[in-house]
Design a protein around this ligand. Structure first.
Ligand code: 3SL
Length: 241
């Protein structure tokens, strides 16, 4: 297995298809998707475009859908919810399809959607993602951070490092055998430096600070917790997890 880390969707190669791609948006899209599925959502369907989301979800029975729209951290007017994983309670999502569009996370998923297997990873389901890699041994794995509008995000890279660190330490592979690029080694270094203080790191992150200004303290706490959900969001058809 070779693990490649890409910090933003823009850095993901367009001229190759990996065996497995993992889209990461710790704050907060992939944390929300994993939570929705863990709480019993029928599926999560992702859109980069809000009007396309409205058009497609309109064809779904109203009582079986929930529409989540986020831009700049805030809920889009007219949508059922924004992008807080804490809003994905069983009472709200069970048996329903979550139609979601967010600023960066859904764009990242779309960028890797042609991979043979597509997963959504976050700190909260890191163990489930790592276990999948350890069991399936895909040859080429891309771990793609969502970043923020083209810029690097600490929280996505630390999560990439958390996944890579688990695979490295539990597979018995040598670091040089496993590392597809330098970013993978750097992501592991970031994770080992901060693994006991992930919430503190999220507080330093620029998007963490943006969310704190929007009073999303509890979201940061939740998204900084590792391995609390045994759920593997896996793409069943293009755009649907
Ligand atoms: O950028 C995204 O996709 C979102 O996750 C951003 S937010 O955390 O909902 O503000």
């Amino acid at each position: 297995m070779k693990l490649f880390v890409y910090h933003t969707p823009e850095l993901v190669p367009s001229d190759a298809i990996p065996d497995c791609a993992i889209a990461i948006d710790v704050l907060r899209a992939t944390s929300t998707m994993a939570t929705a599925l863990a709480e019993g959502a029928e599926a999560v369907q992702v859109f980069s475009d809000l009007s396309e989301l409205l058009q497609v979800s309109e064809q779904w029975p109203a009582e079986q859908r929930i529409r989540a729209g986020e831009r700049g951290g805030a809920t889009v007017e007219g949508f059922d919810m924004g992008n807080s994983p804490l809003d994905c309670t069983a009472a709200r999502v069970q048996g329903r399809r979550l139609f979601i569009s967010t600023t960066n996370g859904t764009r990242c998923l779309q960028k890797v959607q042609k991979a043979k297997t597509v997963l959504a990873g976050a700190l909260i389901n890191r163990r489930a993602v790592a276990n999948y890699l350890l069991a399936q041994q895909p040859k080429t794995v891309w771990i793609a951070g969502s970043g923020w509008e083209g810029s690097y995000s600490l929280e996505d890279t630390v999560c990439a490092g958390a996944i890579a660190h688990t695979v490295w330490t539990e597979s018995g592979a040598k670091l040089d055998e496993l590392a597809g690029n330098d970013e993978m080694v750097a992501a592991i270094a970031l994770y080992t430096q901060w693994q006991d203080r992930l919430l503190e790191l999220l507080h330093h992150a620029s998007h963490g600070q943006r969310l704190l200004r929007l009073n999303c303290h509890e979201d940061l706490k939740y998204c900084a917790t590792t391995d609390i959900l045994d759920v593997l969001p896996i793409q069943r058809e293009i755009g649907v997890l």
